[in-house]
Design a protein around this ligand. Structure first.
Ligand SMILES: Nc1nc2c(c(=O)[nH]1)N[C@H]1C(S)=C(S)[C@@H](COP(=O)(O)O)O[C@H]1N2
Ligand SMILES: [Mo]
Length: 198
């Protein structure tokens, strides 16, 4: 019995270690959208990467599918205080996207979405396997309400940085606020430092 108890407490402790301050863990997957879910047929879908001097590189759906895809299992943390452990995604690592870019990137990225939402992320938070373009959740094509066909996934930052329905990734030499950052959310959004609001 003592061993069973210790094992149980140990597991609980490890889960608590994974919960940033002020968060609770949930098994639900809430939908949080500032805009209606856009209808995005795959044959007209485009992902455009834009340099700070206005060069553009566009991918069609088949180009995106041809990029290397990897599996990711990660915890996610929403600023409204829910966290969800061990979410399973598949998508393209930002590193693999950068590898096909014809020009060097800049230090910051503004993600622009179908529907108008924007959010800013430093490039260093997207590289080294920390940022993804996800098209699959739990083994299924990413559902429209969760950002399908493709959303940004930056799990180490609050989930508002994980832009749904991403359409354009615009490189910038300097940081600039996106939709929520202009409305009082923190410019960076580290859940471990509780960077909720500015
Ligand atoms: N395009 C777009 N992306 C978005 C949002 C949004 O309103 N529009 N909300 C953000 C916020 S605040 C959160 S918490 C997550 C929610 O993702 P989910 O609806 O898949 O849970 O998406 C983020 N990405
Ligand atoms: Mo959020």
């Amino acid at each position: 019995m003592a061993i069973v108890n210790r094992g149980f407490v140990g597991r609980r402790d490890r889960m608590a270690d994974r919960l940033p301050p002020g968060q609770y863990s949930t098994l639900d997957f809430p939908v949080l959208s500032a805009e209606p879910t856009p209808v995005l047929p795959l044959d007209s879908w485009r992902l455009t990467i834009q340099s700070s001097d206005h060069r553009a590189h566009s991918l069609r759906w088949r180009d995106f599918l041809a990029l290397p895809h990897r599996d990711i299992t990660t915890d996610i943390h929403c600023v409204t205080r829910w966290s969800k452990f061990d979410t399973r995604w598949r998508g393209v690592a930002f590193d693999d996207l950068l590898a096909v870019l014809p020009w060097p990137p800049d230090a910051y990225v503004m993600a622009h979405c179908y529907g108008g939402y924007t959010t800013n992320v430093p490039l260093t938070d997207l590289t080294d396997g920390r940022g993804w373009l996800a098209d699959t959740f739990d083994g299924e094509p990413l559902a429209p309400e969760h950002g399908g066909p493709v959303r940004l996934l930056v799990p180490h930052l609050y989930f508002w940085k994980s832009a749904k329905w991403v359409r354009r990734l615009r490189f910038m030499p300097h940081d600039a606020p996106g939709f929520w950052e202009e409305r009082g959310y923190h410019i960076y959004g580290d859940p471990w430092r509780e960077q909720r609001y500015s």
